[in-house]
Write a protein that binds this ligand. Structure first.
Ligand SMILES: [Zn+2]
Ligand SMILES: [Zn+2]
Length: 735
């Protein structure tokens, strides 16, 4: 889309912005000026002579959104925070618009020439700058309804339309009215600081190295093209594609291919971030009238010890201890969260991308702090917008209870089969009792579907929303949201408690977009709980350094120790297949497991080994039904089901079944355990398939390999250390 770029000056304090509905801005600034005129009552303001109150220079030609954004940021970078004389401000404005808009500046800049390109509007003289009919004005009630509906969302324009269309009547009317109703409503909400209108793929100032800054003077740096960054998923220039675009007229309009499956995020498209203090108040009101107990009343819960929340869920001693530790982290963050501002000053870590990148835009409704400090100017009718300038950050820590720990996230490191879902119930209960919202993000859709009924049963009074690709609850608001990880792209600072399940698993692991999305889904200063049986080493290091809080659950829910893998020498699978011969030791162990009635998982590295190995096993173990599956297997669900139902006694598989599949009474055979596709985490996960049920807690696990490598040794050490810890803490059942 194209938008209107303008410069607004209040008492020599200028800022550059853009608008999707300029008439709304004109009414807004006209009213601002009117208030000032009334308050001043004709006397000169601030002891200085002012010819007029508020002046606007509009760039006549609508610019592609990203060009307008870039011009506004360029202008602020070079002039923001200084008091400027009008001609100087305008001269810089023309320059910024020309550079960003790709208009050849050429020769000496001429203000008069610039004036021809801009329209000057003066507000504050009686009736001046007003269009009389209030075109562009949107009723307060409507603005607030729209803002409340968008609260905590990160929505592309089309998504915002769907969201509003599925909302209360006031929002439906806006959505039904098309662009001419939607644009002013969104623009008003933005002017009021209730939502933020962003460029979905935003121009980023090139960051010059200190040396570059020395060698390249500012005017020359100015000429360098700005890179693009997707504000929805955080992807940079490397993930941008460019196409000719009818919407903005550009021949190379960038869009983000990284989050394309969630709709096209492009540089001339809007990304709407719902938020702001007033939006928060509305959302809070909604939460209080809903199922969750009232916020004020629930303040008393802060007096409760973590144990009080953890008590009623029937947890095992190890689960209870971990839940209490997590609650000590969560509770202080819920208490102060309603007062925290939108700027997170926690040191960013690898797991929490800096939020500050989302808070610097010059397109925000920014008026100079000097204006805001004139308390007499703020009225109940049109409150001042928040003074969020690039240099202005508020201290979030001071607004939170001093007991809030300094770690930004908390890891629950629970062994496979520990019953982690039960452990997060008390955390969710705590969040709801503070009137907060909770999110559980998990990589797999089947886990989402499985959690849904369990949470509904556990929290009958709460609204539970389940989100995945194609979910029918797509635009519903809930107290508890369960979502697949990609759905996180659609949220912005919404949840007080964010729980991320299996953070080390595909697709989450190694995907910076999902880390970015997870970090921005929670409110700043809120609680982030990470769940994993096998946290990555970098995270384990952060735990040791005290950067991330952590509770270990070293024992399974049935309170038996984890089966410790046995290492057995064996040639590589490729060799066995070439020779059509299986080693005696492997067959002996398999026969023994089958004899005791166990189901046998046989893990291999390569997809191409699964079926040939199954064939070889069928020959060697006549009469035993043996199946094979992999990510390439079209009938995988049926094959897994057949294995679960004991129609197959042996299943040859790749790491595709390393987690998530629980088959009672099973033993685990890992072949080529020294292969490079099986790392420590993967080995621990595969080993975790054995001994899951309380009727057969002592399953068997074998590492078959030609060599013993570090991954195997570390996996075994990790399992043994968990068992030792469980024993030391008295978590194991007496033998
Ligand atoms: Zn993206
Ligand atoms: Zn475009």
């Amino acid at each position: 889309m194209r938008v209107q770029l303008y410069l607004i000056g209040v008492d020599g304090c200028w800022s550059a912005r853009w608008s999707i509905a300029l008439e709304a801005d004109k009414v807004y600034w006209g009213r601002k000026a009117e208030e000032r005129r009334k308050v001043q009552g004709g006397r000169k303001f601030g002891g200085r002579e002012r010819e007029e109150s508020i002046v606007m220079h509009v760039w006549r030609t609508p610019l592609p959104l990203s060009a307008a954004e870039e011009a506004a940021v360029r202008w602020s970078e070079e002039n923001g925070g200084r008091e400027l004389e009008e001609r100087a401000a305008l001269r810089e404005f023309v320059k910024a618009a020309q550079v960003a808009g790709g208009i050849e500046a050429g020769g000496e800049m001429n203000v008069d020439k610039g004036n021809g390109r801009t329209e000057r509007v003066v507000f504050g003289e009686r009736g001046a700058g007003q269009n009389g009919k209030n075109i562009g004005f949107v009723e307060e009630e409507c603005v607030r309804a729209v803002a409340a509906r968008l609260y905590g969302r990160a929505a592309l324009l089309s998504e915002a339309q769907e969201l509003l269309a599925a909302g209360p009547p006031a929002c439906q009317a806006v959505a039904a009215g098309g662009w001419s109703a939607l644009a002013p409503a969104l623009q008003w909400a933005a002017l009021r600081g209730l939502v933020r209108l962003r460029c979905a793929v935003a121009p980023q100032q090139p960051t010059a190295s200190p040396l570059g800054r020395l060698l390249l003077p500012a005017p020359m740096r100015r000429g360098r093209p700005w890179r693009r960054r997707c504000l929805r998923c955080g992807s940079g220039e490397a993930r941008m594609n460019r196409t000719a675009c009818a919407a903005c007229g550009s021949s190379a309009c960038a869009y983000c291919e990284a989050c394309l499956t969630m709709g096209r995020s492009r540089e001339c498209g809007l990304l709407i971030h719902g938020g702001g203090e007033a939006g928060l108040a509305d959302a809070q009101g909604a939460a209080m009238s809903g199922a969750a107990p009232g916020l004020a009343a629930s303040r008393a819960h802060r007096m409760h010890a973590p144990a009080a929340f953890a008590a009623r869920w029937g947890l095992s001693p190890a689960q209870q201890a971990a839940a209490e530790a997590a609650l000590s982290y969560v509770l202080p963050r819920l208490g102060g969260v309603r007062h925290s501002s939108s700027t997170n000053q926690n040191a960013p870590s690898r797991w929490a991308p800096a939020r500050s990148i989302t808070h610097h835009s010059a397109s925000q409704p920014t008026i100079c702090a000097s204006l805001n400090q004139q308390a007499a100017l703020s009225t109940a009718d049109i409150p001042d917008t928040q003074p969020i300038t690039s240099s202005h950050t508020r201290d979030t820590e001071s607004s939170r209870p001093s007991s809030a720990p300094s770690v930004s996230q908390f890891l629950i490191w629970a062994v496979t089969g520990a019953g982690k879902t039960e452990m997060v119930f008390p955390l969710i209960e705590a969040a709801l009792s503070f009137g907060g919202r909770a999110l559980i993000a998990t990589p797999r859709r089947d886990v989402v579907l499985e959690l849904d009924p369990r949470l509904r049963r556990a929290f009958p009074g709460a609204a539970v929303v389940t989100l995945y690709g194609g979910s029918e609850q797509r635009w519903e608001d809930g107290d508890i949201t369960i979502a697949t990880t990609h759905q996180l792209f659609r949220f912005h600072e919404r949840f007080d408690l964010v729980i991320i399940d299996e953070l080390d698993a595909f697709p989450y692991h190694g995907d910076p977009q999902l880390h970015y999305a997870a970090a921005k889904a929670g409110v700043p200063g809120g609680a982030v709980i990470l769940l994993s049986a096998t946290p990555p080493r970098a995270m384990q290091k952060s735990v040791r350094k005290g950067q991330i809080g952590c509770a270990r659950v070293p024992v399974r829910f049935h309170r038996h120790p984890l089966p410790v893998p046995q290492q057995i020498r064996m040639p590589r699978v490729a060799e066995l297949l070439a020779k059509h011969k299986l080693p005696r030791l492997l067959l002996a162990r398999l026969t023994s497991s089958l004899a005791r009635g166990a189901q046998c998982f046989v893990f291999v590295q390569q997809i191409r080994h699964t079926e040939p190995l199954a064939q070889l096993l069928r020959t060697a173990l006549p009469g035993i039904p043996i199946g094979a599956t992999s990510s390439k297997d079209a009938e995988r669900p049926q094959h897994v089901l057949a294995f679960r139902n004991r129609e197959f006694r042996v299943l040859v598989t790749t790491t595709i079944l390393e987690r998530g599949v629980t088959v009672p009474f099973s033993d685990v055979f890992i072949l080529d355990a020294d292969g490079k596709l099986f790392d420590e985490a993967s080995l621990v996960q595969m080993a975790g398939r054995a001994g899951r049920s309380k009727d057969d807690p002592n399953g068997r696990v074998y590492f078959f390999a030609s060599t013993s490598n570090q991954s195997q040794r570390r996996a075994i050490a990790q399992i043994k250390s968990m068992n030792r810890e469980a024993k030391k803490n008295g978590y194991l059942l007496p033998q």
